[in-house]
Unconditional design. Structure first.
Ligand SMILES: NC(=O)c1ccc[n+]([C@@H]2O[C@H](COP(=O)([O-])OP(=O)(O)OC[C@H]3O[C@@H](n4cnc5c(N)ncnc54)[C@H](O)[C@@H]3O)[C@@H](O)[C@H]2O)c1
Length: 260
């Protein structure tokens, strides 16, 4: 599989450096970042070096990439998502908060259907998305996500444990757009952004990103607690989110697929 990377920061950089192995199945062929220095730096760390592109059009030309990994921003999904899909390439979206824009999601789905390409959203920083997808087919009654982080990872300053938000996932994502990719992914897999309940807690005593998911439905009930360590390069991103994208890429390039 030939991969193009849009956004060469923490996630794009870590994946770009780790995914291409000598004799392996995945090859990074092109990189682009709005900050060209970052794209150049990443390209220099990959052997053989991918093309460094000046814009998304360059990233898509040559026809060498099969899949574009978006690891940039919600804005980048809105600006370039359709262009990528219409070029006939698959798209993997990390800035999944962008899909709280219902019109954008509908538009991208339509374009992907027309071009017969797929849009992938990795599970991200949580386990249990497979269970939510299965359970939703039988009927879900309630899905709750409680996210607990150190205040500095939520861009707030509080002295003691504080519930910053409690309400629909849609509302929470609007208030904390950089921190709630998990809420967006969970909502898309389950009962949607308006029915999924989100609680965001700032806790000065924790150095972990903790997510607790409780799902109730016709199938029964399950709960998952994640105690994620931050990625070494960016304390705001759980390391598991990066590993999850790599696992999706591996799944796509492997003949055996395990799990829902
Ligand atoms: N799905 C998940 O589980 C999950 C987890 C963590 C982060 N994220 C999201 O993934 C995205 C990347 O995260 P990160 O930690 O790598 O961030 P980062 O800030 O380290 O890197 C983002 C890079 O994208 C570049 N960029 C931003 N907007 C761009 C644009 N319009 N065009 C081209 N380049 C652009 C920036 O210059 C930067 O180098 C963010 O939107 C973040 O919210 C998703």
């Amino acid at each position: 599989m030939n991969l193009a990377i849009l956004g060469c920061g923490n996630i794009g950089g870590t994946i770009g450096r780790a995914i291409q192995k000598p004799g392996g199945k995945i090859c990074v062929v092109a990189v682009y970042d709005i900050d060209e220095k970052k794209a150049r730096r990443l390209a220099a760390q990959i052997t053989p070096a991918p093309r460094v592109c000046k814009n998304v059009e360059e990233l898509l030309k040559n026809g060498d990439a099969d899949l574009v990994l978006e690891a940039a921003s919600q804005e980048a999904v809105a600006l370039y998502g359709k262009k990528i899909v219409e070029s006939g390439k698959a798209l993997m979206v990390m800035s999944v908060g962008a899909f709280t824009d219902d019109a954008l999601l509908k538009d991208l789905r339509k374009a992907a259907e027309k071009k017969k390409v797929k849009i992938y959203v990795p599970s991200g920083a949580v386990a249990g998305i497979d269970g939510v997808k299965s359970a939703s087919l039988g009927g879900l009654k309630k899905v709750t996500l409680t996210t607990r982080k150190n205040p500095k990872n939520l861009d707030v300053s509080v002295e003691e444990e504080t519930v910053l938000y409690e309400g629909s996932a849609r509302g929470g994502i609007k208030k904390y757009p950089k921190n709630v990719n998990v809420a967006a992914t969970l909502s898309l897999a389950g009962i949607g952004l308006d029915k999924t309940v989100l609680r965001i807690i700032a806790d000065p005593k924790t150095d972990k990103n903790t997510h607790e998911i409780v799902v109730e439905g016709v199938f029964g009930r399950f709960s998952v607690v994640m105690n994620n360590l931050p990625s070494p390069e960016n304390p705001k991103t759980s390391y598991l989110a990066i590993l999850s994208a790599m696992a999706t890429l591996k799944r796509l390039s492997d003949p055996l697929e395990i799990g829902t």
